[in-house]
Design a protein around this ligand. Structure first.
Ligand code: SF4
Length: 180
């Protein structure tokens, strides 16, 4: 519990994409702010902030619920938007840069949390529709539950690795996991 409280005082939240690996989530909780900034995309997010706000405003005008806070596993996460069309609801995440695996993992985690089976990644250059079946969402749910379980582990070596997601992990140098 001590580690979680210390983390909250630093940043106040766990990033949903870190739930794909117990160790990745643990690092996010147990890093100094200096280490955290070194691996986070905070600066890039700052640069994309204006565009992000504009897109959020457009989504809101289109009837979407924006910056929706969802609770899962005792933590609060914020989805950029939840929208609806003739096929039903879909989760929206606004991104900058090129598409990468982390973006897909993040939106799928939100799909798992909300139970919504469609997602839309919005980039400055276009859209990507993301779908996930029940098996994939169930697999993510199990990993995320495990990650939360280990957030408060005292020692790094006690936390198991999940090498499936190492390739795009910002902590891979520190972790030293064997990349698949
Ligand atoms: S490098 Fe792999 S095992 Fe290590 S924290 Fe990242 S995802 Fe987990």
């Amino acid at each position: 519990m001590k580690a979680i409280e210390a983390f909250k005082s630093k940043l106040g939240y766990v990033e949903v994409k870190d739930l794909v690996c117990p160790r990745r989530a643990w690092y996010r909780y147990n890093m100094s702010l200096r280490e955290l900034l070194a691996v986070s995309d905070g600066y890039r997010l700052e640069a994309g902030k204006v565009g992000h706000k504009v897109v959020l405003r457009e989504l809101e005008l289109a009837g979407c619920t924006v910056e929706k806070v969802v609770e899962w596993g005792g933590h609060r996460f914020r989805v950029d938007a939840i929208c609806r069309d003739e096929e039903g609801e879909f989760v929206v995440e606004i991104k900058t840069g090129t598409r990468n695996a982390d973006h897909d993992i993040q939106i799928k985690l939100y799909m798992m949390i909300t139970g919504i089976k469609r997602g839309l990644l919005i980039y400055p250059w276009g859209f990507v529709v993301v779908k996930a079946d029940d098996r994939e969402l169930e697999e993510l749910r199990k990993v995320a539950e495990l990650s939360i379980l280990y957030l408060d582990a005292e020692r790094e070596e006690d936390v198991p690795k999940n090498t499936k997601y190492c390739m795009t992990c910002p902590f891979k140098n520190r972790c030293g996991a064997k990349l698949l």
